[in-house]
Design a protein around this ligand. Structure first.
Ligand code: KIV
Ligand code: ZN
Length: 402
């Protein structure tokens, strides 16, 4: 039986913290509903001590989103925890998330605290957090650059104080998959009582390894993945929710885990985030980029027209995208050109195809993509006859295959 994995969405907290992605409480609420419908297990709504707006956002989301756990972030200090606890008061399932750094780099340069003080702070913070919520997550910030024995000591204090989730962040995206998996395995082996808590991973993408590290950690025993829509988050971002979830779904043979995510809602949520923040994803972004299901090379288009299995490992509808697209450009072949002309209502006789294709290539050599109105001119110039039936919708420059 595949093991269930909790998806902890931090789009509205770590994601929102990154440059250009800040959202008003209303905007956060607008995105919280679709995230809940997407099926995330935990929705981290903000960092209430950071601003009045973030307090309000967490409070409103806690009041309105009843199907999911709502989380609020707090440093391991009393004022933060009380503020986060107050914001979470209306929640059906509150999760208080408290953190402190555990690497010597952070202790010496940022916190100016000794190791003993950090252990004590952890214990006190988690104890206080438990007064506000039955679910308390403790994060050891910069865990992957921390001394392992010290990390054990801090996590033991968090467990003893009542933490229900232990999160092991790769805060600066420094780890590599086998090393991160080994860290999770080490904690599972060496931390007494580790089974009382869920082990969670939170990976940043500074080396482009956030998703790979998260997946590697699952094999070593982690059971919660923290991630964000479109991979947004501090600096290079967090592990992308859609990539983690679809890797688990598409490669269920190699990764025996399941999530509760309704994958067909992924693309609409990705678009909504882009619309709210004004920042879209790069065209070649996995799963949700505009090229993720687009094909321009002639050999690929020919394969796609014969069977989408040739060049697609998932159907676009699985992630809420209407269809694949065969975009017509200079790399396209006769087969795709003919298919699009026929979709546009033109009959292409076998002996006409070569001449039409040459005319098409002349246009394609001058412009990146050949739009439907250009195809119509090419069809008219080549003297193609129109097929009977209603005129197709204009201005779509791609062949739909599914
Ligand atoms: O990256 C990080 O360490 C964090 C923690 C607050 C979980 O975002
Ligand atoms: Zn983070």
């Amino acid at each position: 039986m595949p093991e269930p994995i909790r998806i902890f969405d931090t789009t509205l907290r770590d994601g929102e913290q990154s440059p250009g992605f800040s959202m008003t409480p209303e905007e956060k609420l607008r995105l919280a509903h679709p995230l809940e419908e997407l099926g995330v297990d935990v929705l981290e709504a903000g960092f209430p001590i950071a601003s009045e707006g973030d307090f309000l956002a967490v409070q409103t989301i806690a009041r309105e989103c009843r199907q999911t756990s709502v989380a609020a972030l707090a440093r391991a200090v009393e004022a933060d925890i009380r503020r986060a606890g107050d914001a979470l008061r209306p929640a059906a399932r509150p999760l208080l998330h408290t953190f402190i750094a555990t690497s010597d780099i952070h202790l010496q340069h940022k916190l100016k605290r000794t190791r003993a003080q950090v252990v004590a702070d952890t214990y006190t913070a988690v104890r206080l957090a438990r007064e506000y919520a039955d679910e308390v997550e403790f994060s050891a910030e910069d865990a992957t650059r921390s001394d392992r024995d010290f990390l054990l000591e801090v996590l033991a204090a968090a467990l003893e104080a009542g933490a229900t989730v232990l999160n092991i962040p790769d805060t600066v995206g420094y780890s590599v998959p086998h090393e991160y998996a080994a860290l999770i395995a080490f904690l599972r082996e060496r931390l007494p009582g580790v089974d009382k808590a869920i082990l969670s991973v939170h990976c940043h993408d500074d080396l482009g390894l956030a998703v790979a590290n998260s997946l590697a950690a699952l094999a070593a025993g982690a059971r919660q993945v923290e991630c964000a829509i479109n991979g947004i988050g501090e600096r290079a971002g967090n592990a992308s929710l859609e990539e983690v979830v679809m890797a688990l779904r598409v490669r269920a043979d190699a990764l025996p885990y399941v999530t509760r995510i309704r994958t067909e809602k992924i693309y609409p949520v990705s678009l909504q985030l882009a619309e709210i923040t004004g920042i879209g994803v790069q065209p070649n972004k996995a799963i949700v980029g505009r090229n993720a299901f687009a094909h321009t090379a002639g050999i690929h288009q020919d394969g796609m027209l014969k069977s989408p299995l040739t060049y697609e490992i998932m159907t676009p509808s699985t992630v809420g995208i209407a269809s694949s697209q065969l975009l017509l450009g200079k790399h396209s072949g006769r087969h795709a050109l003919q298919a699009r002309l026929e979709q546009l209502g033109w009959r292409v006789e076998r002996e006409q195809l070569d001449a039409v294709y040459q005319a098409f290539l002349q246009v394609a050599d001058r412009q990146k993509l050949v739009a439907d109105d250009c195809l119509r001119d090419i069809a008219l110039g080549a003297g193609l006859a129109q097929l009977p039936g209603p005129a197709p919708a204009a201005h779509s420059s791609a062949v739909a295959t599914q």
